[in-house]
Design a protein around this ligand. Structure first.
Ligand code: CA
Ligand code: CA
Ligand code: CA
Ligand code: CA
Length: 358
């Protein structure tokens, strides 16, 4: 991810370099600000926002405004958002440390409701109703009092499409996996009633958002506040090897990542620096994963590949029409296949499979 971000920033810089030099060769190109310096500014703004504002939440189960959030400046004795820090009950304000851009970001997120369904991993797609505001400090510093304002830049009430957490801002990919989807009921008139979905608010330093590029009406270096509802998720398969990325999360922490060179990655079976969810040959035996999970000809009717991991348990959405009963197997030394033990070493992760076993 970092590498992609780096290239992206490089691209932006290169593009603005060309566009500036074309119009005015004397205009110097401003390099992106130092990440640590900018984060120090952002976290002051975010914490001030959490201390000086309160939330109002709509509790309206089954209606589209359920869990709508309004954030308002405190003018009496309302409890600040910060007052929910580590609360025993919901709303609950929590923090998470995120190592990115060679610094540690503190990400504040407010849990209104955790949700009851499934959590996306950080490479899945999400369908979310959300509202985004950017924070901006106006008024000059020094003797003038500055004011922190929040400006709405986007609101999606009726989402129509999945958004990939793999390609959007890192603040989203860090926060959504903490939440779960809900339930829905299809009504006779064709509408859907959603209940018990995860809902929250995330408070993102600019380094976990658009940083120096900004986006649309969002100024560069803006911290962002998103209130959101997690309606649905979509399992994605980034390396197209037939195994959804969330099942390539070997340590089960909800995240798959590319880590810096030399850092041991728990989600990289062969340790070649490419995590399994981006590696077409997970165990490094020179047989692609896609080939290894393809069943030998004639072994079973219908499907040509083993069901990724375990049928039924892992794929409730397809159970109704699923006739395959075999997950990717492990073979014992004697050549006996095991299709079901949850902890088995599946053949695409077993480098010795082709040499030591039938
Ligand atoms: Ca995959
Ligand atoms: Ca992981
Ligand atoms: Ca690898
Ligand atoms: Ca392989």
């Amino acid at each position: 991810m970092n590498k992609f971000k780096f290239y992206f920033i490089l691209l932006i810089t290169t593009v603005s370099l060309f566009s500036c030099s074309k119009n005015d060769p004397n205009t110097p190109v401003e390099p992106p600000r130092d990440y640590a310096t900018q984060y120090a500014v952002d976290i002051v703004d975010i914490e001030e926002y959490l201390n000086k504002n309160y939330i109002t939440v709509v509790n309206h189960p089954g209606f589209v405004d359920d869990q709508n959030v309004t954030i308002t400046k405190i003018d009496a004795a309302q409890p600040s958002i910060m007052s929910y820090l580590n609360s025993a009950t919901y709303p609950k304000l929590l923090t998470k440390d995120i190592s990115q851009n060679n610094i540690i970001y503190k990400l504040y997120y407010l849990v209104l409701r955790p949700g009851v369904g499934h959590s996306p991993c950080n490479a899945d797609g999400v369908m979310t109703s959300y509202r985004g505001d950017y924070l901006e400090r106006t008024g000059s510093t020094g003797s003038t009092v500055t004011t922190l304002t929040a400006t709405k830049f986007e609101e999606v009430i009726y989402p129509q499409a999945m958004i990939s957490l793999f390609t959007t801002i890192s603040g989203w990919s860090e926060t959504f996996p903490i939440f779960k989807t809900g339930t829905y009921t299809a009504n006779a008139d064709g509408t859907i009633t959603r209940n018990d979905f995860g809902a929250g608010v995330m408070f993102l330093p600019s380094g976990l958002a658009y940083y120096n590029s900004g986006s649309g009406s969002i100024p560069a270096y803006s911290p962002l506040v998103f209130s959101f509802k997690l309606y649905e998720l979509q399992r994605l398969d980034q390396d197209n090897d037939g195994i959804p990325s969330y099942q390539e999360d070997l340590n089960g922490d909800g995240y798959v990542r590319t880590l810096a060179t030399g850092v041991v990655n728990p989600d990289d079976t062969d340790g070649d620096g490419i995590p399994n969810f981006l590696d077409v040959d997970d165990d490094g035996d020179n047989y692609t994963t896609k080939l290894e999970i393809t069943k030998p000809a004639g072994t079973n009717s219908g499907l040509s590949a083993y069901f990724p991991y375990d049928p039924i348990v892992d794929n409730p959405l397809t159970t109704a029409i699923e006739t395959e009963t075999k997950g990717i197997p492990e073979y014992s030394a004697a050549g006996t296949p095991d299709y079901t033990t949850p902890t088995r070493l599946r053949i695409h992760l077993d480098k010795a499979h082709h040499t030591a076993k039938p």
